[in-house]
Design a protein around this ligand. Structure first.
Ligand SMILES: [Zn+2]
Length: 55
């Protein structure tokens, strides 16, 4: 999978039980949701980290 913003390769990992993808180049962060195969962009790294820390 490539970044929808800059088309560089995305890193993928699991965040709070969901599969997430991130781009080191431009800072894109996406999380895959159950009913869609495309990643949905979420607010920011800080929001993601806050969510991660809550669980
Ligand atoms: Zn990117």
């Amino acid at each position: 999978m490539d970044c929808p913003r800059c088309e560089s390769p995305l890193e993928s990992y699991t965040l709070a039980g969901k599969r997430a993808v991130t781009c080191e180049r431009c800072g894109y962060l996406g999380v895959s949701v159950e009913h869609r195969s495309e990643p949905k962009e979420i607010e920011s790294w800080q929001a993601a980290l806050d969510r991660f820390n809550d669980t």
